[in-house]
Write a protein that binds this ligand. Structure first.
Ligand SMILES: C[S@@+](CC[C@H](N)C(=O)[O-])C[C@H]1O[C@@H](n2cnc3c(N)ncnc32)[C@H](O)[C@@H]1O
Length: 206
């Protein structure tokens, strides 16, 4: 019952924030509380064997290996660990505004190339162009900050483990349009397991 209400709230918050980014101020606090509360049981409740498949499909299509990667809304760190495993030279930051999620992620870190930090995706504490890859898995897209911290020539991967059935879901055409407005091109879509993903490149200056 509580779980169903949380899913409904996540869906509603996603719709509101994508339609009106200014509403983030309203949903931020209750959403953080929801994710703090479910952090200890997140992996048991939500993480299936196919959870990472769409993100992995997008990562497999990257033309080169990123040196600096960010997994935004990392939760318990599944996406960050996937990136670290796929790119053995990469240093990977997993960021999440839920301190409880970050505590869980730190207990699962697989090496010192991974770092987990409490940070709000709408006001990231990273320099412009700080990352060659920014990933978001099952996370409300935050286009302006993602564009700012992605290095020219770098990539953004956005994935949803259960496609349109994911409580936090934004149609890929909408994501593509938002990214193209911010100078991303070379957009490709992927389907893996029940999930969908999109990969796009931030064009270097002409
Ligand atoms: C649905 S969970 C997905 C977690 C993980 N990526 C996964 O798929 O297992 C969404 C995560 O994004 C985080 N989150 C949502 N909005 C955020 C924001 N603006 N800044 C940072 N983290 C955020 C939540 O705390 C939560 O851990």
């Amino acid at each position: 019952m509580i779980e169903a209400a949380r899913r409904r709230f996540a869906r509603l918050a996603t719709r509101l924030v994508v339609a009106r980014p200014g509403l983030w101020r309203v949903v931020r606090r209750p959403l953080t509380r929801v994710f703090d509360a479910i952090a200890p049981s997140w992996d048991d409740l939500r993480v299936t064997p196919q959870h990472l498949a769409p993100l992995d499909a997008a990562l497999a299509a990257l033309p080169g290996a990123p040196a600096r990667a960010l997994d935004l809304g990392t939760g318990t760190g599944g996406g960050a660990r996937l990136i670290a495993a796929r790119f053995p030279e990469a240093s990977v930051v997993g960021a999440d505004f839920s301190a409880a999620m970050i505590r869980e992620a730190r207990t699962r870190a697989t090496g010192d190339r991974e770092r987990y930090e409490v940070a709000d995706a709408t006001a990231l504490p990273y320099e412009d162009g700080a990352f060659d890859l920014v990933a978001q898995l099952n996370m409300i897209p935050v286009f302006d900050e993602v564009a700012r911290v992605t290095a020219p020539g770098g990539h953004v991967a956005m994935a949803f483990s259960r496609g349109p059935q994911t409580p936090i879901w934004v149609p890929l055409e909408r994501i593509q349009a938002e990214l193209e407005r911010r100078g991303f091109t070379h957009v490709a879509n992927f389907s893996a397991g029940a999930g969908l993903a999109l990969l796009a490149r931030r064009d270097p200056p002409a």
